[in-house]
Design a protein. Sequence first.
Length: 186
Amino acid sequence: MKTIEVDDELYHYIASRTQAIGESASDILRRLLRLPASPQPFVLVQENMINELKDLAKLPKQKKQLHQQDKVIKQVEFVLASSLFNNEKKGVNRFLHLLSALYKADPEGFSHATENVQGSERIYFARDEQTILATGSSVKAKQIPESPFWVITNNNTERKGIILCALMNAMELPEELVARIKAQFN
């Protein structure tokens, strides 16, 4: 048994809930809190339940992430295999095509990833053209098709690949897919 201090109001509340002569404060509190009569089994059950609930809570999120990642991978694979992408000569159009596919497959993941991808002096992604143009006098931006985002476009081909790879890494896509994209922009 441990001793704790309680204020008068709380003491009177607990005492007023007494149902039988000789009932202890612990018994009264257990009844009011709907706890079992013996403390030891409850603690073990509670710890087990907490761990079980934590594990169960993780499962749907992991499944959702895997499903979302599969969706993004399929979308990127589709773009890489498309004749539209493979016949496109301009690097900027290939760049925009892949960015659009990434956005369409996972808008939330894309949005979060763009917050973490930027240069030392330039912003690569924004929700409006002016934000990107404000980072320099010779900056050019284009809207990513079928998305609310704009991207800086007057970088060399290799830099476009670096931007795409950084974005894909931030979206936690598989390294082998990132490497395939990097090879497209070397």
